[in-house]
Design a protein around this ligand. Sequence first.
Ligand code: NAD
Length: 542
Amino acid sequence: MEFTRTHLRGYHPELGAHYAHLTGYVAVVAREQRKATVSATSLTASIVRPESLSARRFAEAPLGALQNWVNGQSVPSVSAERVAVHNPATGTEITSVPVGAKGDVDAAVAAAKAALPGWRALTPGARAAALLELANAIEANADELATLEALNAGKPVGLASEDVAATVDTFRFMAGAVRAQRSLAAGEYLEGRTSFVTTEPLGVVGAITPWNYPILMAAWKLGPILAAGNTCVLKPAELTPITTVRLAELSKGILPDGVLNIVNGAGAIVGAALTKHPDVDMVSVTGSVRSGREVAKAAAESVKRVHLELGGKAAVMIFADANLTAAAETIRFAGFGNTGQDCGAACRVMVHESVHDEFVRELVEQVSTLVVGDPAAGDEVEMGPVVSQRHHQTILGFIDRAVAGGATVAVGGAAGDGDGWFVLPTVLTNVSADDECTSEEIFGPVVTVEKFSDEATAVESANATAYGLSASIWTESARRGIALSHQLNFGTVWVNDHLMFATEMPWGGVKMSGYGRDLSAYALDDYSRTKHVMVNHTQPAA
Ligand code: NAD
């Protein structure tokens, strides 16, 4: 069977050991059929929605107010104040979380501290066994988790399912990796003294996650944090807390009480309290540059170790010799999957001037076939809403200012009709390197296309952004692909691809994108410390 890419973050079982878990596949035939039914006049198509309440793929019934998870139990917050949690496809409130309080953090950190000696004393094999069991429990509840993620984050169910599969894979990988860690062999570097290195956990780690991949980002943190022998207090994003709380519930009876704790609430309250807490040994945050900077500043007071995974503005450099169709097909998914709300999204396209017009035609053709809708409408929906009303306004503001500044809307450029926070997939042309839309992270379904005339200026322009998370080069020249991968100042560089991840390979940025590394054995290193032990055996026995 032939496959083509469709979703961004996920693991497809039919690919077996190929852990390209941020790209899933559907049969080409299915896509061709869909293309035939979506005509070019649907360029600014209306939003696909369930025809009736009973036609909804999943219910929107209130879920009950969410609590915190501390010491293996669901517990209420000290604060009675709550924040509403919405379904972004309809704008309906589906649950709420506490805004949180310092007292919540104190209780969770105390539980994590009490659980630390027992958890870190376990052998890597024993910790791995628990993480494998947790992975199995997540897999057994994958449909429920994917449905909740789709409901809360506005993701197509297929994409949410791939996030859950990738979550399972992350726990399984970390369970294996911690048993296979390598270090310097013991040796005699001073006469009569034997040195060896032990790898130890850091202690209690505070983890703070974003809203765009809620359960997957929790796994990217919890997998290596717990495998390395740390205990954890995790604060989910207040917009999308549901699956993280559910993951903690699934850990009951698998992880010892107190090893994993969840405190819901606002970044400025719970996140800040976690960052400052004297019994928290490290803080790991995935989020915007602004939040990362706040966390790093606050952590400096107590000289805490900080792990930062921040924003991105991926440059996609398309040369004259590139396969333009492959590039356009990839950007269809890598730029618009998860509604463009991806730190590695293929959002800033730079095309050689000789193929610019041809490429824009191909890209517009691709983007025009995207099916935008409420994930509850069914499997044909490829792109959902953006996460919140506020974010909706922010993205539309970026588009309006770009147009006011002279950009041309090649496709999209407007809000979707009806309820919910939809933005049509948008391609902007006639933009240049120093425009707001090409240099700032929009974090929505907006791709800009610039022209360049030669390789050197293209590299210079790609590197001129404040971010340094990921970039891609499209060329048939092996020389150019390899040479430019060295010259580009980004943590990941793809050649003739974009947004493909492997659990075995590190993910993380440079410059304003932060300096933490997720995935791979490098993440285990980030959440561990080394200790040198030197034994003097020159003295005779007493
Ligand atoms: P955000 O910065 O608004 O929030 C991220 C988390 O930080 C939330 O849980 C929030 O409550 C918390 N927070 C906010 N202020 C805080 C403070 N002062 N102290 C402690 N915690 C605080 O980001 P977001 O809008 O949730 O996510 C989108 C951003 O995340 C984008 O910039 C995106 O590029 C980035 N992101 C990066 C990666 C990566 O791997 N590098 C992955 C996903 C998302």
